[in-house]
Write a protein that binds this ligand. Structure first.
Ligand code: ATP
Ligand code: MG
Length: 335
């Protein structure tokens, strides 16, 4: 029996470097590992929890994201790429699990807490803007995972509290209704949290600090030129601290073979920030070019992308139906 991998991504924008290096690297590796059955969810229902008033944006991004995922090299023959809203069993599980978690526990979830705080910073202090659906999204994420008997969950480290909450729900379910569900384990990449251009601890679509894999050369130029560097370096030949410079951070991330020189020259004041940024722009474009090329292909073959999603969704639905049958039997609601 193959073990199930489950992971997901919200269709709220394109893929960025945080996705790629935070979690995507593991996805690319795991798709070739024969011992796993890999499910990758485009979490449109979860995107609607805080974008319920912009369904057109979510719908557009379902296709955008699918083409991005294929463009980084995910192989639809190896990964089941599916759309969350097309699996109604996930919504059913969400309702059942919502009895197994308290409101206090949801508000205590560190990721939910941080996201609510960020929303208040971005959109003003309107407590009402945090909906029942948003606070409850960890419950729906527990449904996402368990619907596919997800055992291994390759994610960025912001997801750890959500997986922990899923594990609690699974334990509670099993203790009340009998052992039915599996407890998932997270899998982190060597770089589980990628910083944003603004120096923020997390690069995120909602934070406006991301380098997208589909950014064109002009956009990359603009973004890198505005990236945060050591604020104490005023003149070109001032020595600086690369460890607090976002430009150095991204040189390291995309594995510039010239990294040691970048670091040494920066520390000694032998390299100006403009030169350093230009070198990063070149390397970043070299890294992104093959992805852009594949994206061009899929953008001009939308029917192929739709077919891939349809196939992935059919496969996922079959699996989720098996789970819901087990769950309803355990809960004695299998009339
Ligand atoms: P949103 O702002 O809409 O929540 P996001 O950029 O956080 O978007 P998600 O769809 O929530 O993206 O995350 C998808 C996956 O990518 C998750 O596994 C998450 O942990 C991972 N991820 C997202 N941003 C980062 C990051 N900056 N560093 C590491 N992993 C990340
Ligand atoms: Mg997120």
């Amino acid at each position: 029996m193959k073990k199930n991998i489950l992971t997901g991504i919200r269709p709220t924008g394109n893929l960025h470097l945080g996705h790629y290096f935070g979690a995507g690297q593991n996805w690319l590796k795991l798709q070739d590992d024969e011992q796993y059955d890999f499910h990758l969810e485009i979490a449109d229902v979860q995107a609607l929890t805080d974008h319920f008033d912009d369904p057109a944006m979510v719908r557009k991004n379902v296709y955008e994201l699918a083409t991005d995922l294929l463009s980084i090299g995910l192989n639809p023959k190896k990964v089941h790429l599916y759309i969350q809203s097309q699996i109604p069993e996930i919504a059913e599980l969400t309702v059942f699990y919502s009895n197994l978690v308290t409101m206090a526990r949801l508000y205590r979830n560190p990721t939910v807490k941080t996201e609510i705080k960020q929303k208040k910073e971005l959109f003003g202090n309107e407590g009402e803007s945090v909906t029942y659906g948003f606070v409850g999204y960890p419950v729906s994420q527990a449904a996402d995972i368990t619907a596919f008997d997800g055992e291994l969950i390759p994610v960025g480290d912001d997801q750890l509290p959500l997986i922990e909450q899923c594990r609690e729900i699974v334990r509670k379910f099993n203790s009340i209704y009998g052992v039915t569900l599996k407890e998932p384990e997270p899998l982190l990449s060597p770089t589980p949290r990628i910083k944003g251009l603004d120096g923020n601890d997390k690069m995120g679509k909602s934070l406006g600090n991301a380098i997208y894999l589909v950014d064109d050369e002009e956009t990359i130029h603009k973004k890198v030129m505005n990236a945060i560097t050591d604020p104490d370096k005023i003149k070109k030949d001032d020595p600086a601290n690369p460890e607090i410079c976002m430009v150095y951070y991204y040189h390291k991330l995309i594995k510039n073979p010239n990294l040691e020189t970048v670091c040494e020259e920066c520390k000694k004041g032998h390299r100006g920030c403009v030169q350093c940024k230009k070198e990063l722009i070149t390397k970043m474009n070299e890294f992104l070019e093959p992805i852009r090329e594949k994206k061009k292909y899929y953008d001009t073959h939308p029917e192929e992308v739709k077919e891939i999603l349809q196939e992935g969704t059919n496969h996922a639905r079959g699996k989720a139906k098996e789970t819901i049958t087990k769950v309803k039997k355990a809960m004695q609601i299998d009339y």
